[in-house]
Ligand binder design. Structure first.
Ligand code: AP5
Length: 207
């Protein structure tokens, strides 16, 4: 059976890390607005380019993001969705275009989030994710998977990371509340090791 999973959580909660594992485990499409926007940072839209919003830690306007998600979900049989919805209007749009069978919230304390974001490094070539302390590569600055250079995302500088957390509190926490009120939200402790968190998530998906 194909799953339709939504993974919610603050910036740095581990959505990308866990989504990748879920997509592999259950043969799902990984639909992530963050990666889609990073791949199209300089795309011209009537609101300007995504880059200006992303580098300030702000949300990209809804119509741009809604279109990306609708196209990606229309092509996917099963999926794990990460990075969307980030406000109540996006949540409403999502409920119009698909049904979900699991909504999982990764709960991580704010101090841990800042450390995870500022220490994250990503591969310039293949996008693999590392952390200088928590998930270091074998050789500093070099990707274990493809040998590419590891870089810091622009928006992982401490000031922008804190701004993203502020935007999250204001816009995205109400989305978590919305799913909690609907009685469909399952909370998972996101502070274990990546494998411990993954085991908890798969228990939810299979229950
Ligand atoms: P996006 O790319 O979606 O970023 P985010 O939600 O801020 O999430 P992150 O990718 O930073 O964190 P994550 O939860 O995936 O954590 P990860 O697994 O990497 O969005 C970026 C920007 O795009 C936004 O600011 C906005 O401008 C725009 N945007 C995107 N979607 C949008 C939308 N829907 N509407 C409008 N605008 C949108 O883990 C983080 C680090 O922690 C890594 O280094 C990892 O190695 C480490 N780590 C992970 N798990 C663990 C663990 N269990 N223990 C120890 N370390 C861990």
């Amino acid at each position: 059976m194909s799953h339709r999973i939504l993974l919610l959580g603050a910036p740095g909660a581990g959505k990308g890390t866990q989504s990748k594992k879920l997509a592999e485990e259950y043969d799902l499409e990984h639909v992530t607005t963050g990666d889609a926007l990073r791949a199209n940072k300089d795309m011209e839209t009537e609101y300007g380019t995504p880059r200006s919003f992303m580098e300030a830690g702000e949300l990209v306007p809804d119509p741009v993001v809604n279109e990306i998600v609708e196209a990606a979900l229309a092509e996917a049989d099963g999926f794990v969705l990460d990075g969307y919805p980030r406000n109540l209007d996006q949540a409403e749009y999502l409920s119009e275009i698909t049904d979900l069978d699991a909504v999982i919230y990764l709960d991580v304390d704010e101090d841990v989030l800042v450390d995870r974001l500022t220490g994250r490094r990503v591969c310039d070539e293949c996008g693999a994710n590392y952390h200088v302390d928590f998930q270091p590569p074998e050789e500093p600055g070099v990707c274990d998977e493809c040998g590419g250079d590891l870089i810091q995302r622009e928006d992982d500088q401490e000031d922008t990371a804190r701004e993203r957390l502020e935007v999250y509190r204001e816009n995205t926490e109400p989305v978590i509340e919305h799913f909690r009120d609907e009685g469909v939200l399952v909370e998972v402790d996101g502070e274990g090791t990546p494998n411990e968190v993954f085991d908890e998530i798969t228990d939810v998906v299979e229950s």
